[in-house]
Design a protein around this ligand. Structure first.
Ligand code: GDP
Length: 425
């Protein structure tokens, strides 16, 4: 297999960063192809613990070239802060191991302001944005009202372009939201403080990827969030503002001719969801608190407690289909070790009838879960490395899920560290 995409099957936070960190060993290039710094991929390895927001998770492997593709929301300020953090911990970032697409659009300083202003206006109808400016950024990108990273090499044109955008955006800031206008001085400071810092990494990554493909290099595409947050296929409007699906990888990476051979869908052994929106299998009260604590389910970016529930077969099967996953990595199985009986949401009940079809987003609000229980294994499995050594109950749990979602589970993760994995192939 020369190309592989690692994608989320559910609401995000499935442990994709941990899988990319593991699998980069077999790849030459890792490309982030969509989304921005609004999610966090947690990676634990010999260098320490990292919450990566925009940097591809391959940056810890020597010899791997990491690319931020044209599909990402490139926030120079947050990217530079993240790059400095990583470099402070001894990781070398150079234009040889980190390349930023000159066709990536820049998330401008006012995008974050607009995100916060709109969430405040919505009050109790808010979408649960992380206020990183992602929705205003993508809206402006599709209106062609932002700038490309490559424009940094044309300073005069860039300033003129920004001055035009400033005039237009100040109308919204002041007249719609009654906020302070931006000034060119502020933008000049943003250019010199952040854009100039990332500029040495900006290049024609499309040509680089084409050459890499020609010379048989292996490319790994890394997504952010999960299928249920996909702009077109997710739980609208509680989605993100880009396509989180594997099929978008060739477009957002800068290699439209790529065929993705292998799609690893990452699924958590239970469900978590950050922010607003329908979450059919949600647990409440002490039961939820216990699971949240066992799995340490607090947002990597925001620290917000995640909503939790049992694994949702209906949503997961849908996610596997939407992602066209060829295999699944099931993560955090070790977290369930404390349970006597393990709940599984096997179907939804909608209008008094059972269904295994993921419904139209509005119908999610009136769906309820059908819960079935599996025997727990009640022992520590975090040291298990071979399928045969997993307790029989844990094997039954995994094989049941595999059958229901109709996709082979080839990895079972039993801990956050690189080596805490059972490989079933
Ligand atoms: P991502 O955005 O999909 O990369 O997921 P996050 O990083 O937000 O969430 C995954 C969390 O679970 C991180 O804190 C990981 O270190 C942790 N994690 C991943 N796999 C496992 C596992 O198998 N067991 C345990 N206990 N933790 C895991």
């Amino acid at each position: 297999m020369s190309n592989c995409a690692i994608v989320g099957i559910n609401w995000g936070d499935e442990g994709k960063g941990r899988m990319v960190d593991l699998l980069t060993e077999n790849y030459d290039v890792v490309v982030r192809y969509q989304g921005g710094g609004n999610a966090g991929h947690t990676v634990i390895n010999k260098f320490g613990k990292f919450a990566l927001h925009l940097l591809p998770s391959g940056i810890f492997r020597a010899g791997v070239v990491n690319i931020l593709g044209n599909g990402v929301a490139l926030d120079p300020e947050n990217l530079w802060i993240e790059m400095r953090d990583v470099m402070d911990k001894g990781i070398s970032l150079t234009p040889d191991n980190l390349k930023i697409s000159d066709r990536a659009s820049l998330l401008l300083p006012w995008h974050r302001d607009l995100d916060a202003l709109e969430e405040a206006r919505l009050e109790d109808k808010k979408y649960g944005s992380t206020k990183q400016g992602i929705a205003p950024f993508y809206s402006d990108k599709y209106q062609k009202k932002t700038v490309l990273a490559g424009e940094l090499f044309y300073p005069e044109k860039l300033r003129a372009h920004l001055a035009d955008l400033l005039e237009w955006k100040n109308l919204t800031l002041t007249k719609v939201y009654g906020a302070e206008p931006y000034t060119m001085e502020k933008l000049d400071a943003w250019i010199s403080d952040f854009c100039e810092k990332i500029k040495p990494y900006v290049c024609d990554t499309g040509s680089f990827l084409k050459e890499a493909q020609k010379s048989g290099k292996k490319i790994l595409f890394e997504a952010q969030l999960g299928a249920l947050r996909d702009l077109d296929y997710g739980i609208c409007p509680y989605t993100t503002s880009s396509n989180t699906t594997a099929t978008y990888a060739p477009i957002g990476s800068g290699l439209p001719s790529a065929k993705v051979d292998d799609i690893v869908g990452v699924v958590k052994a239970y469900s978590t969801c950050v922010g607003e929106g329908p979450f059919v299998c949600e647990m409440f009260g002490d039961e939820a608190e216990e699971l949240r604590k066992a799995g340490f389910e607090y947002g990597a970016k925001t620290g917000r407690p995640r909503r939790v529930g049992p694994i949702d077969i209906v949503a997961t099967h849908y996610g596997v289909e939407v992602q066209a996953a060829t295999e699944v990595a099931l993560t955090k199985l070790d977290v369930l070790s404390y349970m006597d009986k393990i709940p599984v949401c096997t179907k939804y009940i909608l209008d008094g009838k059972e269904t295994d079809r993921f419904p139209f987003p509005l119908a999610l609000e009136i769906a309820s879960p059908k819960i079935e229980y599996f025997e727990g294994w009640k022992c520590d499995i975090s040291g298990v490395r071979k399928w045969e050594d997993l307790p029989h109950e844990a094997q039954e749990y995994v094989t049941f899920i595999e059958k229901q979602i109709d996709c082979p589970i080839t990895y079972v993760s039993v801990g956050p560290e690189r080596k805490s994995i059972i490989i079933r192939k």
